[in-house]
Write a protein that binds this ligand. Structure first.
Ligand SMILES: [Zn+2]
Length: 299
């Protein structure tokens, strides 16, 4: 158990409340994360996921992984806005659940890691319970969990408070004006698709999947690890994100900078690894949630 984990245990969990409420990976990034996850699901987890998907998902989790971004600006769902990210103190390159997991009004546990714990718990506690005391909407829980597992891997979703995770840092992406957060949500992936993948997202996803299975990422077997008895372990993922934000996203990207080939080519491997990790870890989490207790007992 790491120190951040100990601190988290010391924090009181609150039920997420109605609180007024930036985006994660763009649509392509979320599709990629969930598509990668689907490849690593056990038969049981895959069946459970399919049983919870809405009809319009057409049997594929990847088709609905951007749903939380589509609804977040509507009145009913405005409270979910702060669940997509974590703001850490300015120029502090680390993350601490108790210090950082709150919304702008400082309501505790209202942040992306808090949301991952919350929706994992909802799914894990009631999916196999024939008469749950509290009836959660498990379809919504699955879609939120799958989306937020992507968001927590986007380095600037764990960024500095003062620049709103890079949203207020205006740069040029080649010849286009953009904010740094949007560069990491969309532009690096868009440029990669055009430059290396014939503008076809499935080519990019296949290349990432090959990298996962052929040993290009040497630490894949440890990615899905989680503390004993926990279903989800998002705290280390958030720590990695702010670390990468400091080392790569914010670096050489001050306001007014023009970001071109040097920035793009050195940051693309980071983006691809984070999409890969998001997918593998989403699958590992769903596999833990949807493995019935009886089979855990046999292990
Ligand atoms: Zn998001």
């Amino acid at each position: 158990m790491g120190s951040s984990e100990l601190l988290r245990v010391g924090c009181a969990f609150l039920v997420l409340q109605l609180i007024p409420g930036t985006a994660g990976w763009g649509k392509d990034g979320h599709y990629a994360t969930c598509k990668i996850a689907e490849e690593f699901l056990t038969e049981e987890a895959s069946a459970a996921v399919k049983s919870l998907l809405p009809d319009y998902a057409d049997g594929q989790l990847a088709n609905v992984c951007s749903w939380p971004d589509e609804i977040r600006h509507s009145y009913r769902w405005r409270w979910t806005g702060p669940l997509h990210y974590i703001d850490v103190p300015d120029f502090v390159c680390n993350y601490n659940y108790c210090r950082d997991c709150h919304d702008p009004a400082r309501h505790k546990d209202v942040c992306v890691t808090g949301a991952i714990y919350n929706y994992t718990r909802q799914l894990g506690s009631t999916y196999y319970d024939p008469s749950p005391e509290i009836k959660y909407n498990l379809t919504e829980a699955l879609l939120f969990l799958s989306h937020f597992m992507g968001d927590v891997h986007q380095p600037l979703h764990v960024g500095f408070t003062g620049d709103e995770g890079g949203n207020t840092i205006i740069v040029r992406w080649y010849h286009r004006k953009a904010n740094l957060h949007h560069v990491w949500d969309n532009m690096i992936i868009d440029s990669a698709l055009k430059t290396f993948y014939a503008s076809d997202l499935s080519n990019m996803i296949q290349a990432i999947q090959r990298n996962i299975t052929d040993g290009s990422f040497n630490d894949v077997p440890s990615w899905g690890n989680c503390t004993l008895a926990e279903l989800a372990c998002p705290d280390p993922y958030a720590s990695e994100s702010i670390n990468l934000a400091c080392k790569f996203a914010y670096k050489n990207a001050t306001p007014g900078t023009t970001l071109g080939d040097e920035y793009f080519l050195s940051r693309l491997p980071i983006v691809e690894k984070r999409l890969a990790q998001g997918g593998v870890r989403l699958a590992a989490t769903l596999n833990r949630i949807f493995t019935p207790k009886s089979s855990i007992a046999q292990i």
